[in-house]
Ligand binder design. Structure first.
Ligand SMILES: *[C@@H]1O[C@H](CO)[C@@H](O)[C@H](O)[C@H]1NC(C)=O
Ligand SMILES: *[C@@H]1O[C@H](CO)[C@@H](O)[C@H](O)[C@H]1NC(C)=O
Length: 263
């Protein structure tokens, strides 16, 4: 539970064994960034608590940001950033922001849980970056209807991107994804760059498809009220990216032939 960024407003809690798991011999998780006041949490592509101080700085810099400082993290916390994972801050401090006290996270405390300035910069934690002009790359989406775009769209996306969008709509609703534009580097197995869709709150279960090329995927409809989208680009060749819309609908209202929601 400690490792999950929990959207406080939703009180969305999942159990750790469901959110983390081994698939194809690789430890998978759902990286997501929650952002407030330009501050967001990041972890290594390898998983939680894998970044040395130097690597943490590089992660933020890679995206055009810097390590967040304590004040910035606190400002973000005050508008709702609640992340249950300790990360590097400026000058080698480590901490995490807690909005809502919980038994599993933050020792029941509200505020910044502060591990202080670490003497050993080889310790491995996550990181908090500060980037007021942060790229649109992932997040937890709770609106009933939204457009999702690859970072930088309609300009080409960049290499080495990994973005997770977690869509969560009201319980009892379902989600329809409707692709508007799609242009992702093409290879036969979509190994290089791809968008994956999961009919689930993580990227472990509910695989619904992996997409690349410039063929517009068909609409995808969830079975429940959550969906996860994962976009990954490798170190070479980019393309125009994608744009899609999701819309929540009341399960009972849905009929397979009804696409009128979009028009
Ligand atoms: C610093 O931390 C790393 C990672 O936890 C550990 O392997 C190393 O032994 C530590 N170094 C010292 C001097 O404590
Ligand atoms: C969907 O269901 C909710 C609660 O059951 C209701 O308040 C809302 O009006 C419904 N929306 C539509 C479009 O029927």
């Amino acid at each position: 539970m400690r490792v999950l960024a929990v959207l406080y407003a939703l009180c969305f809690l999942v159990n750790e064994t469901q959110a983390w798991g081994i698939r194809n011999g690789i430890f998978h998780n759902s990286i997501w960034l929650e952002q407030a006041a330009g501050v967001y949490h990041r972890e290594s592509r390898k998983g939680r608590y894998q970044l040395t101080y130097k690597e943490a700085k590089a992660v933020c810099k890679f995206e055009g940001g810097t390590l967040a400082n304590y004040k910035q993290l606190e400002a973000a916390r005050q508008i709702g950033l609640h992340v249950c994972a300790a990360g590097w801050l400026e000058r080698g401090r480590v901490g995490y922001p807690i909005v809502k006290a919980g038994a599993n996270c933050g020792f029941g405390k509200i505020g910044i849980v502060d591990y202080g300035y670490r003497g050993n910069k080889s310790e491995r934690w996550d990181v908090y970056c500060y980037n007021p002009n942060t790229k649109e790359c992932g997040g937890v989406l709770t609106d009933p209807k939204r457009i999702i775009q690859s970072p930088g769209f309609p300009e080409e996306y960049q290499d080495e991107q990994i973005c997770y969008w977690h869509i969560r709509v009201r319980f009892g609703q379902r989600i329809q994804l409707h692709f508007l534009e799609f242009d992702v580097e093409d290879d036969t197995a979509c190994l290089a760059d791809y968008l994956e869709v999961y009919d689930s709150y993580d990227d472990i279960s509910g695989f619904a498809g992996r997409f690349c090329s410039d063929n517009l995927p068909e609409d995808i409809i969830s079975t429940g009220n959550v969906m996860t989208l994962k976009f990954l680009s490798d170190a070479s060749v980019t393309a125009g990216g994608f744009q899609l819309q999701y819309i929540a609908f009341n399960s009972s209202l849905f009929s397979q032939n009804d696409t009128s929601y979009f028009y």
